[in-house]
Design a binder for this molecule. Structure first.
Ligand SMILES: Nc1nc2c(c(=O)[nH]1)N[C@H]1C(S)=C(S)[C@@H](COP(=O)(O)O)O[C@H]1N2
Ligand SMILES: [Mo]
Length: 322
């Protein structure tokens, strides 16, 4: 689907249908959680999210789709990596929606900051001034890609809110840890909880984004509800999902995939077609949704965001610091 509209999202039929299902399901789960059986009247047949979460959002004109072909909603939300809910691409959509709750959700902001906070995610969204829409390329280290219309807010706004002390040089972000309710976290497929980190100047780059939605709707569980990191010039694994903690540190944080396989994954994980993965080429990528034969394209340096981020890595050998 090629979105040309400069104003608002023109949703194709399939997306609208998916959204309807989405809202119905959330209403059901919410009522179940409250111990209410059937009570459509209670919420007046409206999304329980209503005005909370900052929706409806409006497009940031700097990140319109332009020539990018936006991936259909159904693919973005059914082809996922979220090992907490299974290793298969089709598993998170099923397993993250079998009673696991991403609402209510508390976020902790701490470490080397002047303004440590512990607050509800909707409160956080208010404090950072609401949300906006941005269309970004999304390139997984496994050599597939999509184009996603995210909703959310600039990570720099959260950094400003936290007011880091001079000794804060990095930002570590942590996924929830709930092995009792999330079977994936009872395996040792990864070292739980999932961790990621950025240098503070990377976190403050204009592109760094905290996503709370997709296609103008609250982000589904399988994509990292209720908030996840999006850093489009890096491989997708940097985009830690379902964050509970933002920790400002003096030292470079650990990150899950580097801990798992240091010979294959580093801290920076900048998209780089010239530095192959030890087991496959990174020169091209399979475009999800474009068909089995048609769907290869060249991978771009920094995933096409060189202009915005190249200056962050002036003194760095990107072959060694991969
Ligand atoms: N907590 C957590 N975050 C995660 C992952 C994960 O397994 N667990 N997978 C990462 C990988 S490898 C990718 S490519 C993206 C996938 O995001 P998507 O499912 O929204 O496309 O999430 C990243 N964030
Ligand atoms: Mo990935």
């Amino acid at each position: 689907m090629l979105i040309r509209s400069k104003k608002d999202w023109e949703l194709p039929e399939s997306v609208v249908t998916a959204e309807d299902r989405y809202r119905r399901r959330n209403r059901r789960d919410f009522l179940k959680h409250l111990g209410v059986g059937t009570a459509g009247a209670l919420l007046g047949g409206h999304s329980l999210f209503g005005a909370s979460g900052g929706f409806p959002s409006s497009a940031n004109p700097a990140y319109l789709p332009g020539d990018l072909k936006v991936t259909p909603y159904d693919l973005i939300t059914s082809y996922n990596n979220f090992y907490e809910f299974g290793l298969g691409k089709d598993e998170p959509k099923v397993n993250a929606n079998m009673g696991w709750m991403s609402e209510p959700w508390t976020v902790e902001i701490g470490g080397q900051v002047r303004n440590p906070l512990k607050l509800d995610v909707n409160e956080l969204i208010k404090k950072v001034g609401g949300i906006e829409q941005r269309v970004y390329r999304h390139r997984c280290v496994e050599a597939w890609s999509m184009v996603v219309p995210w909703d959310g807010f600039a990570l720099s706004k959260l950094v400003a809110l936290a007011d880091p002390k001079p000794e804060a040089k990095f930002l570590q972000m942590t996924t929830f840890f709930d092995p009792k309710n999330v079977p994936g976290q009872r395996t040792n497929n990864l070292d739980w909880p999932y961790l990621e980190g950025l240098r503070l100047d990377e976190a403050n780059n204009e592109l760094s984004f905290i996503a709370t939605g997709i296609y103008g709707r609250p982000i589904p569980n399988q994509n990292g509800a209720p908030l996840r990191l999006v850093v489009p010039w890096k491989y997708g694994f940097k985009g830690v999902k379902s964050i509970v903690k933002f920790d400002f540190t003096t030292r470079q944080p650990r990150n899950t995939w580097q801990v798992m396989a240091p010979q294959e994954y580093g801290f920076y994980a900048n998209v780089n077609p010239k530095v192959d993965h030890p087991r496959w080429s990174q020169a091209t990528e399979r475009v999800i949704g474009s068909g089995f034969f048609a769907g290869k394209q060249d991978t771009l340096m920094f995933n096409g965001y060189e202009k915005q981020v190249a200056s962050l890595y002036g003194g760095l050998d990107l072959r060694r610091n991969y």
